[in-house]
Design a protein around this ligand. Structure first.
Ligand code: HEM
Ligand SMILES: *[C@@H]1O[C@H](CO)[C@@H](O)[C@H](O)[C@H]1NC(C)=O
Ligand SMILES: *[C@@H]1O[C@H](CO)[C@@H](O)[C@H](O)[C@H]1NC(C)=O
Length: 510
């Protein structure tokens, strides 16, 4: 069978070069990857596969912000990585129309279908417009706040209380993922899966979302032919991915069907008072001019992107934020002090008492969350592919269809952007001279993307992150448990590989 031969040849060559590389690496510590005949830089990618982000950051800092990576000659994997603010500004905003996501990205992310992250052109425009108006609907935002406080009271605080009383170790990342999953499902389906509750139920859809994110990263560093074979044969990460897809589809289609069942007698035209996200979205999709093959499939695609957007990003940002706090007790004390003085009320977690709290006054907390997003942005990179050949401001020529990788993760770690102390966690960096929060342009701080495709859930995620973070900091002291190294996951979302294992102590008992 032809593919087995290819497979065997490819791996023998890789192994050969791995041996050569591990040998030569001892001799000279050149950071620029060798461009091997036929294989391009694949051997260096394989050697660095467990630390891709770090490796790219090292590369970019010694090449001045852009680097061309040559893929194997048979695999169409050449790409340009850039972390230059001028390039980022140009690609995301100034020449937006020349830089769609492109075909290669669509194939790698085929699980997202026509969803907002994957689509270009009219299908993207329709979703962008529709989601913008729905996510910014005032009723949506007040419902969201209500749901968040409710979950703090009934889900988060009881779990933390139990764990701290029993003195057991707690995986905060797991808790944040469950929390964010429940909130996004409740917001868009009106259904709360209650994964964040005392008995920690296993909800397959909630967990397999991380498998999808890991499998998709593998597709980035493996020649397309190879992962397509694995897909066909149901091997390795592709097997995990296709299982995950089935579970996710089952979950979403069931939620859609339930909604259609109980809203069959709803009048779609008059919903203003009784705002319901999925009903409103269904109405828009039914009325659109852009036709997608199948209504339920299109709804599934839109909703899946929202679940991804809502779960992993906020939970990973919160996890990194608490990790940095555990390492910076001065920042932690300042944030706690601010919560106590600015919110002149005890944070009881009870919605009726809490809904009027004004979190916009908490600049230290806001700055701390921005620092977590700067150093460890949950979306660490993004792809683009030019429609027409062009020249980037950094002077690099890009041909049609060249893959361009925008390295957001590297940008937070560049001295040229953030100064000598760029690697330090300093919430004060975000203080404006006259009080309040300093605005940073998206081409310097692209954690939420930039230009026409910027994040539509920024407000929503800050609301959630601030309520959760303030509640925990107010009630608990957090210590990292030794023996669980905190490492970034090998995934397209910057989560933590082994979770964030901490010990909680109730402050009233400190
Ligand atoms: C800390 C939390 C978050 C971060 C760091 C974040 C980051 C991003 C980034 C980098 C993009 C651009 C992605 C791309 O075009 O490939 C994006 C887009 C988007 N985000 Fe977020 N996001 C967060 C939370 C949320 C939440 C809670 C929602 C709400 C459901 C959301 C909804 C969206 C949507 C709908 C888009 C697509 C915008 C468009 O293309 O028109 N995000 N986000
Ligand atoms: C955008 O890119 C196209 C294609 O290369 C080029 O012709 C055009 O001048 C660029 N537009 C701007 C605003 O730089
Ligand atoms: C770019 O990709 C499109 C779609 O796959 C293809 O039709 C076109 O020939 C490609 N152009 C070049 C220059 O590779």
């Amino acid at each position: 069978m032809a593919f087995l031969e290819h497979f065997a040849i490819f791996f023998s060559i890789v192994i050969f070069f791995l041996i050569v590389i591990s040998y030569t690496h001892k001799c000279h510590k050149s950071i620029i990857p060798t461009n091997w005949p036929v294989l391009g830089i694949i051997p260096s990618v394989v050697v660095n596969a467990h630390r891709l982000l770090e490796w790219v950051t090292e590369l970019l800092s010694c090449t001045g912000g852009t680097v061309f990576l040559k893929g194997p000659s048979f695999a169409n994997m050449d790409c340009i990585c850039t972390s230059s603010p001028a390039d980022i500004h140009y690609i995301l905003s100034k020449n937006f129309s020349n830089y769609p996501k492109g075909h290669k990205f669509r194939k790698i992310f085929d699980i997202l279908g026509d969803g907002v992250f994957n689509a270009d052109g009219e299908i993207w425009e329709f979703q962008h417009r529709t989601l913008k108006s729905l996510l910014n609907h005032p009723t949506f935002h007040s419902l969201l706040k209500k749901n968040i406080w409710n979950k703090v009271e009934k889900g988060l605080l009881p779990v933390l209380d139990k764990n701290s009383r029993q003195g057991v170790e707690t995986d905060l990342q797991d808790i944040f993922q469950r929390f964010a999953f429940d909130i996004i499902c409740e917001s868009i389906f009106g259904y709360d899966p209650k994964s964040m509750s005392l008995d920690f139920p296993y909800i397959p859809c909630e967990k397999v979302l991380s498998h999808v994110e890991e499998a998709v990263l593998v597709r980035h560093i493996m020649p397309a032919r190879l992962w397509k074979w694995q897909q066909l044969l149901g091997m390795k990460s592709e097997k995990k991915l296709s299982n995950a897809c089935k579970i996710v589809d089952q979950f979403i289609y069931k939620c859609i069907a339930e909604k259609q069942k109980d809203s069959s007698n709803i009048n779609y035209e008059s919903l203003d008072e009784n705002f319901d996200f999925l009903t409103a979205l269904t109405r828009e999709v039914k009325h659109q001019i852009v036709t997608s093959s199948d209504l339920d499939k299109f709804l599934r695609d839109i909703l899946l992107s929202l679940i991804f957007a809502g779960r992993s990003t906020t939970s990973s940002t919160l996890s990194w934020f608490f990790y940095y706090l555990a390492k910076n007790s001065i920042a932690e004390d300042k944030i706690r002090e601010e919560i106590e003085t600015q919110l002149d009320k005890e944070i009881s977690g009870k919605f009726n008492d809490m809904q009027e709290l004004d979190f916009s006054k908490l600049v230290y907390l806001h700055g701390g969350l921005c620092e977590a997003l700067r150093l460890t942005p949950s979306v660490p990179f993004q792809h683009k592919s030019p429609v027409q050949a062009d020249m980037l401001p950094s002077g690099n020529k890009v041909g049609r269809n060249t893959s361009i990788i925008l390295c957001f993760h590297t940008m937070g770690r560049m001295e040229s952007i953030w100064g000598k102390d760029c690697l330090e966690f300093k919430p004060e960096r975000w203080f404006a001279a006259g009080g309040g929060i300093k605005h940073q342009p998206s081409y310097k701080f692209p954690a939420f993307g930039g230009g026409p495709r910027s994040c539509l859930g920024k407000q929503m995620s800050f609301t959630q992150m601030k309520i959760v973070a303030a509640t925990i900091i107010y009630h608990y002291r957090i210590e990292l448990v030794e023996g669980y190294p905190v490492l970034p996951s090998d995934s397209i979302v910057l989560e933590m590989k082994n979770g964030l294992i901490v010990k909680l102590t109730k402050r009233s008992e400190v």
